[in-house]
Write a protein that binds this ligand. Structure first.
Ligand code: FCB
Length: 465
């Protein structure tokens, strides 16, 4: 069975995956604060750049905002009950910085801290491991007004925020990530303006990326100091592996360039330097690097979080002196995001990361697909065979990478539930759980049922039925 066989609606009925997943493998699902919480103006939360960006005409699909989103702030107990029903071993969520520090620094919002306390306790009460991400793109607006990630001071503010959260949750949360996808923060947010804060100035991009990494490096010892021994600290990067359709020089150069993009953050984290040629690719100057920055940035992490959805493919054009992306790839299935479904990419990526960087552990912190789900308005079923097939095939590919030695310790579906997909608003549905936004009713999709069944069988394989 393969994803290419996407007319096969029986796909969810079978489980033929290898049984090579380790016993204590983390099976989970992920969300992010601004995408699910809502309650944007409640209980003392300060505004973030995403509130401001989404409220700016023309920035998001039909002007959608995260003001209500999936109302997770109020419904988190229902959502934890659904996680329990699915049998999730772990839940990756992010903390809204401006909910706990409305101005980004200074006065703490006790009600905001209390929310994350309740969320963590609720998860632990159901035996679900909480994995906290400190920054999933919702920078406090007050910090953005002082330059945001262009301003080096933001990195220091982040480290203080990290310590605040570790002091509050570090006795219970043993999995932490500093950032989610620095590439998107820098490139989409400051380089092309597709995301908040909506700046389109490539000259800012290296500096933003560097300050995001610096924030990570500054936060590590602060997190370490206020969490339990054995706590796992990491960062999540997004990777889109690049492939060549031919062996022309131009194609090889295009693949190399795309691979430098994949190394942008991983090289500093694991090798303490930026890839040669990276900033020339951007057509910019390198970032301002202070003495000691690279040592901080390459401080020990316990795992690398890997987000992967798709790949890129390049081919030579004309007389072979130029190369372009093959898009669409003939015969490939594409998701609603127009991302090519390519499970082999995850396998290749995990093995490449392992060989190139020898991280102590890899966690797939996001993988999933948007498809056009429909609900009949009354039943408890949403049929999404393409998503089931996607998850099946990507999990299978991950299993093959593990069998070949990649130290993968967990996998998180993006996403637990449908949510605010950034500039795409609510038009793209990634959830294992369908959200009817008018009523906030939740319906577990067939893919959620399949994943639940898969996790239950994994559990039984290791622990007996
Ligand atoms: C990733 C983001 C996540 C979600 C998925 C589809 O880049 O980290 O919040 O939007 O894409």
């Amino acid at each position: 069975m393969s994803i290419l066989d996407h007319t096969n609606t029986q796909v969810g009925k079978q489980i033929d995956l290898p049984v090579s997943f380790p016993k204590d493998f983390l099976w989970g699902a992920a969300t992010a604060s601004y995408q699910v919480e809502g309650a944007a103006n409640e209980d003392g939360r300060g505004p973030s750049i995403w509130d401001h960006f989404a409220a700016t005409p023309g920035k998001t699909y039909q002007g959608h905002t995260g003001e209500v989103a999936a109302d997770h702030y109020h419904r988190y107990l229902d959502d934890i009950a659904l996680m329990k029903a699915l049998g999730l071993g772990a839940y990756r969520f992010s903390i809204s910085w401006s909910r706990v520090l409305p101005q980004g620094t200074g006065a703490v919002n006790a009600a905001g801290l209390d929310f994350y306390d309740r969320l963590v306790d609720g998860l632990l009460a159901q035996g679900i491991i909480p994995m906290a991400t400190l920054y999933h793109w919702d920078l406090p607006l007050a910090l953005s007004e002082k330059g945001g990630w262009v301003n080096r001071e933001t990195a220091y503010a982040f480290a203080d925020y990290a310590e605040l959260m570790a002091r509050r949750l570090g006795d219970r949360v043993t999995w932490w990530q500093t950032h989610n996808e620095p590439w998107c923060i820098a490139f989409l947010g400051y380089g092309i303006g597709a995301h908040a804060p909506g700046l389109a100035d490539m000259s800012l991009v290296p500096t933003v990326g560097h300050h995001v990494l610096l924030a990570h490096g500054l936060a590590l010892p602060r997190l370490r100091a206020h969490t339990l021994p054995g706590t796992q600290l990491g960062i999540t990067l997004n990777f889109t592996p690049a492939y060549a359709a031919d062996d022309q020089l131009a194609t090889c150069a295009a693949v190399e360039r795309a691979t430098r993009g994949n190394r942008w953050f991983a090289d500093p984290l694991f090798k303490g330097s930026y890839p040669d040629g990276l900033f020339a690719d951007f057509g910019t100057a390198p970032p301002p690097i202070h003495d000691g920055d690279m040592e901080l940035i390459s401080g020990h992490i316990d795992f690398l979080g890997v987000n992967n959805y798709s790949r890129t493919l390049y081919q030579a054009v004309g007389d072979g002196n130029q190369s372009e992306r093959v898009d669409p790839v003939p015969g490939s299935l594409y998701t609603e995001m127009h991302w090519e479904v390519y499970p082999q990419g995850l396998k290749d990526l995990l093995l490449w990361l392992y060989e190139e960087y020898t991280p102590p552990a890899l966690i797939v912190t996001e993988n999933g697909a948007a498809f056009a789900d429909t609900w009949d308005g009354s039943s408890e079923r949403v049929h999404d065979p393409l998503r089931t097939a996607y998850l099946h095939d990507y999990i299978q590919a991950m299993g093959e990478a593990i069998a070949q030695g990649a130290p993968v310790k967990g996998y998180f579906v993006w996403s637990l539930m449908d949510n605010f997909e950034w500039a795409e608003g609510y038009s793209k549905r990634f959830g294992l759980i369908y959200i009817d936004y008018a009523s906030q009713r939740r319906i577990i999709k067939d893919s959620g049922r399949w994943y639940a069944d898969f996790m239950r069988r994994q559990h039984e394989l290791h622990n007996g039925a």
